[in-house]
Design a protein around this ligand. Structure first.
Ligand code: ATP
Length: 376
């Protein structure tokens, strides 16, 4: 198996810079997910690695080999696409064996690899069927099988689940995680779906407008987003943002918004002192806002009087849409919370969980180590 390395990789299509100075090291056996909104450059990044697009500037390595000038078929990768691209006139067996037959692999070896892949994916009983006689999920497995039989160094997957219905997507997601464990191979996976990225990736690379925003483990990305884009993209409902200003004396820093004044926890204060008097953006995730009558023990919070705008009942939780002096925000609270649209309500903001961003650059102001409680 193999590591993958992008070194200052840029890809331009005429005036459009699809990928801008991408640097990323993907370890052997890692499950790396590129995620971002439509047009952010994630598919292009994958196609560059596959050799389906030519790099404009920079270098791509698979293992220790510089692959810029190596043909796709010689890169030792296998790609699974959103549209499964199965040959309709061939049986599942022939679809699975096609690439090996092209390479004139010995018949016995082809048969052994096809049966091994079919067994891994649980499609042994479908080998004689044609693609049109399969369900969407089964077709997706055949597409994966075609990659597996090749024993590639790196599996590349571009939105492979997006043609499946919601239930099958969740099920196949879990199967892909197991498959990765079982194959012990490097997976590079593209999706626009942050839930897919969070659940599958050992690390996630968030992209926006051709630029890599942050690469981190799912939990670290969630707990310590490097900027407002990542903070707003990862998490649902999205993080609340409030315009504010750093105020107070050195020992008692606070951030003041239109609606409230939130004291800065002492462990964050030192790093934030240089921003005293400056405009900032405060971020708070919906689950870090509690109805005042339901605050769990141990939460250090700031009480704020608001009005309930709207309730979204989800069954296992409620999304409370709140308004306070011109600030609108969402809280994710327990289904037992008592709230009535149009009525006042007191909520508590968990000050330990606050995020702060520079108003101009939108970059996070609290260092990652402090957010994650990692000593420097
Ligand atoms: P999506 O989720 O919609 O597939 P993406 O993040 O995968 O989006 P890319 O397909 O990598 O985005 O495209 C990045 C940018 O490059 C877009 O602005 C796109 O229009 C442009 N682009 C991609 N391929 C080409 C091409 N062959 N010619 C010109 N522009 C292209």
């Amino acid at each position: 198996m193999a590591s993958v390395k992008y070194v200052s990789v840029t890809k331009r299509f005429g005036d459009v810079t699809a990928v801008n100075d991408l640097n990323i090291d993907i370890a052997d056996k890692e499950f790396l997910v590129f995620v971002g909104p439509s047009g952010c450059g994630k598919t292009t990044s994958l196609r560059l690695l596959a050799g389906l697009e030519e790099v404009t500037e920079g270098e791509i390595y698979i293992g220790d080999t510089l692959v810029n000038d190596i043909l796709p078929k010689d890169r030792d990768i296998a790609m699974v696409f959103q549209n499964y691209a199965l040959y309709p006139h061939m049986s599942v067996y022939d679809n699975l064996s096609f690439a090996l037959r092209l390479r004139h692999a010995p018949k016995a070896e082809i048969d052994q690899r096809v049966r091994e892949a079919a067994s891994i994916l649980g499609i042994d009983h479908l080998l004689q069927r044609k693609p049109k006689q399969l369900s969407g999920g089964e077709r997706q497995r055949v597409a994966l099988g075609r990659a597996i039989v090749r024993h590639p160094k790196v599996f590349l997957m571009d939105e492979p689940l997006s043609n499946l219905d919601a239930k099958l997507r969740v099920q196949t997601r879990a199967e892909l995680i197991k498959l990765h464990d079982r194959l012990q191979a490097t997976f590079v996976y593209v999706t626009h779906d942050q839930v897919e990225a969070m659940t599958m990736g050992t690390r996630i690379a968030v992209m926006n407008k051709g630029f890599l925003q942050q690469v981190d483990s799912p939990q670290h990305l969630y707990d310590a987003p490097a900027n407002m884009f990542v903070a707003g993209f990862i998490g649902s409902p999205a993080m609340n943002f409030f315009e504010g200003k750093m105020v107070g004396a050195e020992e008692e820093l606070a951030v003041e918004t239109r609606a409230f004044r939130l004291p800065i926890p002492p462990r964050m204060a030192h790093a934030l002192k240089p921003h005293l008097g400056k405009k900032v953006i405060l971020g708070l995730r919906p689950e870090d806002i509690y109805v005042a009558s339901e605050v769990p023990p141990g939460i250090v919070g700031q009480q704020v009087a608001c009005k309930v705008d709207l309730l979204e009942l989800m069954g296992n939780e409620i999304f409370l849409h709140l308004a306070a002096n011109g600030d609108n925000f969402t809280a994710r609270v327990s289904p037992r919370a008592v709230a009535t649209p149009g009525h006042p309500i007191d909520v508590v903001l968990d000050t330990e969980k606050l995020h702060l961003f520079d108003e101009q650059t939108q970059v996070a102001l609290i260092p990652r180590e402090i957010k994650l409680g990692i000593s420097q």
